[in-house]
Design a protein around this ligand. Structure first.
Ligand SMILES: C[S@@+](CC[C@H](N)C(=O)[O-])C[C@H]1O[C@@H](n2cnc3c(N)ncnc32)[C@H](O)[C@@H]1O
Length: 254
């Protein structure tokens, strides 16, 4: 049996039981991350600062965090810029956990979380002043539909900020399919986004490598989250030289 969970619901249930995932992992990723963030992703504190700046939302604006997971990165950004927040995720376990964690950020009713899909969020068209999507776009089964959905929920002029990975060589057979065929710039332009920029962030990737190496260097324990990370590390370290870490930004022109 694989050590990897079969669904994100299962992975988030593991995370609830894992001291290593909630406490040790964020510190290994970046000691500057506030403890309440508890990310389920690989964006360091400087990266969240970049997201907060790139969304270009002022106090009171609505930030939508699509594929928000347990909500930490989105709540950190919303608190930083004074925005209201709507987090969307396909995992009911993650959405329930995010809602429970609002008080840790002092956000209360200014943050809400709903179950929805990257390809169909259930949100009204044009509601969002900005959309962020952290380390999740690769999981959708229909990238074109998902990109159109990200644009649909944005108001005219609204900004999209997305973090992901892409193969260095498109179609690379030694890279998992979800990265091998993903070209963020192409899919966002095809969905009608303007000002599309895709920038590599190698320093973030060095931090991911450090997490994996630390996990593999730790004796196996009873912690299910550590076991999960060790399994991921074995695959991910091998393909890391073949993929690049990217931050994509774009604007909904109309
Ligand atoms: C690596 S986690 C990132 C979570 C969160 N953004 C963070 O930074 O902590 C990927 C997330 O994508 C969500 N996800 C995967 N496929 C999805 C889909 N088709 N629609 C919505 N969310 C999805 C998962 O449930 C999970 O929460």
């Amino acid at each position: 049996m694989s050590d990897l969970p079969e669904s994100f619901d299962e992975a988030f249930l593991v995370s609830e039981r894992s001291e290593w995932l909630r406490r040790t992992f964020p510190t290994l990723l970046d000691a500057d991350l506030p403890p309440e963030v508890e990310p389920f992703s690989f964006v360091p504190a400087s990266g969240l600062e970049e997201v907060a700046s790139a969304v270009r939302v002022g106090p009171g604006g609505l930030l939508v965090d699509i594929a928000c997971g347990r909500g930490g990165p989105g709540m950190w950004v919303a608190r930083r810029i004074g925005a209201t927040l709507c987090g969307v995720d396909s995992s009911p376990v993650a959405v329930a956990s995010a809602a429970r964690r609002r008080d840790a950020f002092g956000l209360g009713a200014s943050a809400r979380f709903v179950v929805g899909d990257l390809t169909g969020t259930g949100l009204d068209a044009g509601v969002a002043d900005a959309v962020m999507c952290v380390d999740a776009f690769q999981f959708t089964e229909d990238r074109d539909l998902a990109a159109r959905e990200l644009r649909r929920v944005l108001r005219p002029g609204g900004r999209l900020v997305l973090t992901c990975w892409e193969a260095r060589t498109p179609g690379d057979a030694d890279v998992v399919e979800r990265f091998a065929t993903l070209r963020c710039g192409e899919v966002l332009r095809a969905a009608g986004f303007a000002d599309v920029d895709v920038a590599e962030r190698p320093a973030w990737e060095q931090r991911r490598r450090a997490v994996y190496e630390a996990a593999l260097g730790t004796d196996p324990s009873d912690d299910p989250g550590l076991t999960l990370m060790q399994a991921e590390a074995r695959t991910a370290l091998a393909e890391m030289p073949r993929i690049k870490r990217v931050l994509a930004t774009a604007t909904n022109p109309e």
